[in-house]
Write a protein that binds this ligand. Structure first.
Ligand code: 3H9
Length: 708
């Protein structure tokens, strides 16, 4: 947690130099606008107005950032005066010209401060934006009222609805800033600009009077277009619609009234569960890297990477490593396989060239760092090697034997297995302390999630190296323990089972997919099966058949579908029909007939499920297994489960992740559901002891989220 300085004097300094009053916001790490900062800013502006010697004001941030926005940790607590809109209005009302000099982050409330100032200069490293939408919010300190006046409705809406950051040059062309300065010294750049303004006898220039909305027809057209687009693309979201309506208000109403209405809409966003979910996601993805090993040990040297296997996975990992700037050497068993591996890597870059996102020269430069070999000796100088061969423990052990033979002492030996016992792999080599799991998700060069699977004997600096690799690759790493499926696939197996039960009990796969999409997922579980290939799950089910509890309920529908050779999109048919290579499936009456036949075989009379009933079971299964995963230490904290599902399984970000969702629904309610479902199938619906304990103690999953 970041500590907020207690007094305005700590968080905001102001000093008079000649005719200029310089205000410095100093609230590490990112100069967020805590209550102390707001008080300090207000006091400083009042001092500037009151002091006759002062002819102009400069606002800067201490360190590498201007201001990263409101202090997100304060949301949900009782608001402390002064409010940010009040501070912005006071800055704008200042009787002397106010200049903001921007470097690093000038985001959200930070940009609102800047556009309430009268003039702006940006340094080359400045990042400007109104990213509130990504937190389930909208700009709430005049952003929706001032930004359209400054840069027009179309540009302002685009900024606020995308939440993207713009660099100094673009900010200048948009009209967000007035000039660009060189270097990294915001004070020097700001003072130079102030002096130039004073020399030119420049007066105050208030954004409330700017003319960006003067062309009413153009503004209305931009708002209508944004409204239509938002209705289509953000139908599950709350705040984008509020942003569009706030800009409509800015166009229709006088400035002060629009400010009041913006505040009301902002407070509605603050109160929305989506704000809670999205802000949880924001902090969770920053907490997830705080794991004991990475805090205790420095990473090992990581300058060159080896990859075993050039299939889809190996090639995707190679691309991730190349994109991280690392030299990569790939080993395959024969010349044909290494040629195929290299071709798989090049295919990714050729795709980018085709889309105009990469030049052929850039590809040549990247591929110069790639080499292929059929000889493991090529790994002699790599710092880390990732094995991505066939999922079979004996095959993997044979690879590790070779790695053990050729790799230099201290090289990290990683496996990309998605469920095999990594402790067993580690035990098969002479250096178990160097063995770790790096579970990439397919396509590995695109998917953000990286499960870092920590076997019993691995040393802390190897875990730390894995987190360093994730950072270089811009992945979101989650620490997981060893078990079948680790965090993600283990939980997936359980809620997929729940989906199968719902199907056999009466809902069609299409109704289930609809309900899951309605909840906010991009795809339902049966669509995902068709996309991934039904044969993959089939192989897993066959592997597990021998160890499956004979008393456990087993739904055979998917096996019947696979027996017909219907493996999903790649075979043109799975749970859905894909006529002529279509990407979107159509419901298949023959699949429904298979489901019916299975029901009849088991004597099940189908019943109706509403989308809400479907989701209650689906989520209860997910949360219950999530609690078991936390209790067993497979996940360090509930937030690690949340981040896994947000980045690896398409869980809707606005719900924060499954464990946060459970907290918001209320754990007693989730447990009640599980107990009710247990009456039908006590073996499957066994409540997680952790869930029972938390309910008994009146606690929630968030209470377990402190870093361990
Ligand atoms: C808003 O402004 C609403 C207004 O319109 C209206 C109000 C009335 N508050 O990301 P990093 C922490 S909404 C509190 O690792 P980077 C962060 O948790 C806000 N804390 O660094 C981390 O803490 P820790 C709109 C914050 O260099 C540390 O700072 N603004 C805040 O990779 C370093 O962060 C945004 O949405 C905050 N606002 O990236 C901007 N921001 O070390 C959100 C960061 O304890 N922030 N922290 O883990 C960002 O996008 C990035 O943090 C930033 C720096 C680009 C600034």
């Amino acid at each position: 947690m970041t500590s907020t300085p207690a007094t305005p004097a700590d968080a905001v300094r102001h000093q008079i130099q000649g005719e200029i009053l310089q205000i410095t916001v100093d609230n590490p790490p990112v100069n967020a606008l805590s209550a102390a900062v707001r008080r300090g800013l207000l006091a400083a502006i009042e001092a500037a107005d009151a002091e006759p010697r002062v002819k102009a004001v400069l606002i800067v941030g201490q360190g590498a950032n201007f201001i990263a926005g409101a202090d997100i940790r304060e949301f949900g607590q009782t608001p402390q005066p002064p409010s940010l809109p009040e501070v912005c209005n006071r800055i704008e009302a200042c009787s002397k010209p106010v200049v903001a000099a921007l470097r690093g982050a000038a985001l959200g409330g930070g940009l609102e401060i800047a556009i309430a100032a009268h003039y702006r200069v940006a340094l080359p490293d400045a990042k400007l934006g109104l990213p509130e939408v990504q937190l389930g919010l909208m700009p709430g300190a005049g952003g929706t009222v001032r930004a359209p006046r400054l840069i027009g409705a179309a540009a302002a809406l685009e900024l606020m609805l995308s939440g993207r950051h713009v660099k100094a040059k673009e900010a200048l062309s948009l009209g967000l800033v007035d000039r660009i300065a060189e270097g990294e010294d915001a004070v020097a750049a700001g003072l130079a600009y102030v002096q130039a303004l004073l020399a030119a006898d420049a007066s105050v220039r208030r954004t409330r009077d700017a003319q960006g909305l003067a062309d009413r027809a153009a503004a209305q057209a931009a708002i209508d277009a944004a409204r239509a687009d938002t209705a289509k693309k953000s139908k599950n979201l709350f705040s984008p619609h509020k942003i569009v309506e706030a800009v409509q208000t800015a166009l229709d109403k006088p400035f002060d009234e629009a400010m009041t209405l913006e505040r009301q809409a902002f407070m509605a966003c603050i109160d929305s569960p989506q704000r809670a979910g999205l802000i949880h996601a924001f902090f969770a993805e920053r907490e997830v890297v705080k794991v004991p090993e990475a805090q205790a040990a420095q990473p090992r040297k990581l300058d060159k990477v080896g990859i075993v296997g050039g299939g889809t996975m190996g090639a995707g990992i190679a691309v991730s490593a190349l994109d991280a700037g690392l030299p990569v050497v790939m080993v395959e068993r024969d010349d044909a396989s290494i040629a195929r591996g290299q071709a798989n890597v090049e295919k990714v870059y050729d795709g980018l060239i085709k889309k105009g996102r990469m030049t052929p020269e850039a590809k040549t430069a990247v591929m110069a760092r790639f080499s292929g070999s059929t000889d493991y000796a090529a790994f002699a100088d790599v710092d880390l090697v990732i094995e991505a061969v066939f999922e079979d423990i004996e095959v993997k052990k044979a690879v590790f034997k070779e790695l053990d033979r050729v790799c230099k002492p201290g090289a990290v030996l990683a496996t990309n297995t998605s469920y095999l016992d990594i402790d067993a792999i580690a035990a098969s080599v002479s250096r178990p302390q160097d063995v770790i799991g790096l579970h990439f998700f397919s396509p590995a060069n695109i998917m953000k999630l990286l499960e870092i699977v920590v076997p019993a004997k691995v040393s802390a600096d190897v875990v730390s190296t894995a987190f360093a690799l994730a950072k270089k690759m811009k992945k979101v790493p989650v620490r997981a323990g060893v078990c079948d499926g680790f965090i993600g696939n283990r939980i997936l197996a359980v809620y997929k089972q729940a989906a199968d039960y719902i199907m056999e009990d009466g809902a069609s796969p299409y109704e289930i997919d609809d309900a899951v999409r309605g909840f906010g997922y991009p795809m339902g579980p049966f669509q995902v099966t068709d996309l991934a290939g039904g044969d993959i799950g089939w192989a897993t089910r066959k592997r597990r058949a021998a160890t499956r509890d004979p008393k456990a309920r087993y739904v055979e529908v998917a096996d019947r579908v696979c027996e017909r050779g219907w493996f999903g999109q790649k075979t043109g048919r799975g749970f859905y029909l894909y006529p002529e290579g279509a990407r979107t499936g159509q419901p298949d009456p023959e699949v429904l007939a298979i489901v019916d036949a299975e029901r009849q075989k088991k004597g099940i009379t189908p019943r109706k499920f509403t989308p809400e009933e479907i989701m209650r079971r689906y989520m209860a299964a997910m949360v219950n297994e999530g609690a078991k995963v936390v209790e067993e230490g497979i996940a360090l904290r509930p937030l690690d489960v949340d981040v896994t599902f947000l980045y690896g399984y398409g869980f809707p970000r606005f719900r924060g992740g499954p464990m946060k969702y459970a907290d918001m629904v209320g754990l007693p309610k989730v447990l009640d559901d599980i107990r009710t479902f247990a009456k039908e199938d006590p073996l499957f619906w066994k409540p997680a002891p952790l869930l029972e304990r938390l309910v008994a103690e009146g606690r929630d999953f968030s209470s377990l989220n402190q870093a361990r």
